[in-house]
Design a protein around this ligand. Structure first.
Ligand code: S3P
Length: 174
């Protein structure tokens, strides 16, 4: 029995924004694993990356994934790299339906380019960001496709995405 909904997918695909609206519609709780990592570590994600490196960030991430995987009736927004780790995938999928958000690289770029708190896209050169997004998306596609379903969020309003998710859940459950 799946008790939660996990929203996965690349940075800038709308996981947190849609996740909050979805949780409200379902009357469920909402939790964002990146926010939990910042609370637990007392540091911004960019600081964890710059001071301790990505490996330490990933360890915090798995710890938080373990904690949230035991929740019930929660929409859980996870970071864009969370599902790459097979252990994270395994513990999340036991108790949660996994939905992956996709978006076109140009749309992702327009959503993330003004935000400096995404260390994997902080390249110091604007002109390289779009290329980096394309490259990471391609590398991660096989992990993202290991989810219950995928939604393209490129040109949709929040309420449309919430409706689509609720329709899909209904199809899966009934
Ligand atoms: C990451 C995505 C970020 C955050 C960290 C690493 C990734 O989360 O977890 O910067 O590996 O794609 P969002 O997808 O919520 O931006």
């Amino acid at each position: 029995m799946k008790r939660n909904i996990v929203l996965s997918g690349f940075m800038g695909t709308g996981k947190s924004t849609v996740g909050k609206a979805l949780a409200q519609r379902l009357g469920w709780g909402f939790v964002d694993t990146d926010e939990q990592i910042e609370l637990l570590s007392g540091m911004k994600i960019s600081k964890i990356f710059s001071e301790f490196g990505e490996d330490v960030f990933r360890r915090f991430e798995t710890l938080i994934v373990f904690n949230v995987s035991r929740l019930s009736n929660y929409v859980i927004s996870v970071g864009g790299g969370t599902l790459i780790n097979p252990y994270n995938r395994e513990i999340l999928s036991k108790n949660s339906l996994i939905i992956t958000f996709m978006a076109q690289p140009e749309v992702i770029y327009s959503r993330v380019c003004s935000n400096r708190d995404r260390p994997l896209l902080n390249l110091g050169r604007e002109d390289l960001i779009l290329e980096r997004i394309r490259d990471l998306l391609e590398k991660r596609m096989k992990y993202y496709s290991m989810s219950d379903f995928i939604l393209d969020t490129s040109f949709k309003e929040i309420f449309e995405l919430v409706d689509e998710i609720i329709d899909q859940i209904y199809n899966i459950v009934f």
